[in-house]
Write a protein that binds this ligand. Sequence first.
Ligand code: ZN
Length: 394
Amino acid sequence: MRFLTADYIFPVSRAPVKQGFLVLKDDGTIEDLLPDSSQLAVDASIEKHRGVICPGFVNAHCHLELSYLKGKLPEGKGLSGFIRDLIPARTAPQNEILDAAVDADAEMVANGIVVVGDISNTDSSIEVKKNSRIHYHNFIEIFDLQPEKAYEAFDRGKLLYDKFIHAGLNASIVPHAPYTVSAKLLKLINDFAYENNGLLAIHNQETSGENEMFLGSKGDFLNELNEVSGAFENWKGTGFRSLASVFVHLPKCNKMQFVHNTFTEAQDVQWAHLYNLFVWWCLLPKANLFIENTLPDISMLRREVATITVGTDSYASNNSLSVLDELKTIHNHDDSVPLQELLKWATINGAEYFGLHRQYGTLEKGKQPGVNLITKIDSEKITLGPMSSVLPLI
Ligand SMILES: [Zn+2]
């Protein structure tokens, strides 16, 4: 048995406990959370820490297989510029891809991350994930704009999905983004998700041009995409915003996570919440600053009672794979979000989305959620500080 105390313990499931005591079994299972030491044996060996103790973090969106792109792509090029740079950079020797993924996985463990939702376009991350301490959910991402190639694209995704399942890993098949999938391909994804209760996710409204191309079949983003691939020559918008245009083709009862949401407005959130009750909104602030140099309207999301999760995206668009770094970035731009709420976004909200809340997400008796220490907090305001860092305690 271990006995841990710190300035504050944030179980997340309830209010923080000042100088509380967390009792852990040796395997990391939470035994108890006590308000003081009166119930502890006098000779109990207590581990005292400065800072905040909280559950392990959930990284709701990553691309582990892109870890070899660390430091290789330039910042601030906008989404179309990012895509233009990414396509030729997406080749490397297999051992380089694998070594970078191993390092990135170890870095996430060291950063207190216990669950990762990971986009997979290839099987290159399977071995790393099989041997990792992290629980991975694998989003098998597919895209193709040409309706006549929909079956081909889906079958390729299904083959990859089968590889992950046969390796004993969790997986679901998801569309890449509203502007890279045909309605026919969405129908195949929809049917498969419906039959398998698949977890859905999609990159959403990452640039303002995405809505422009759906609403009016025009705009710089559309032109730039067409320059990159030539696949957008016959593009016809729907006359609706991108989120509604794509969501209407997907099931109403499967869990859905919208990722990025950089240009999402209240009307999008309201539409999504009316269409489907099981919607999560994933923030990737450092990637947003890297690609578009802007952030989603977080106060709007809070006003609309959106359930928020946090992701790191990949090393193609970030310089760290740390959920705490993402929280610090949010705090730097909007210090009105209480630490308790930030931690909810980084723990239980993601755990519930992945259906892993019985084990992860809160410091509650019987769970094995991972235990993190956040150091160098502002102890007066109980907020994150510029030097805050995370240390996993188990
Ligand atoms: Zn992504």
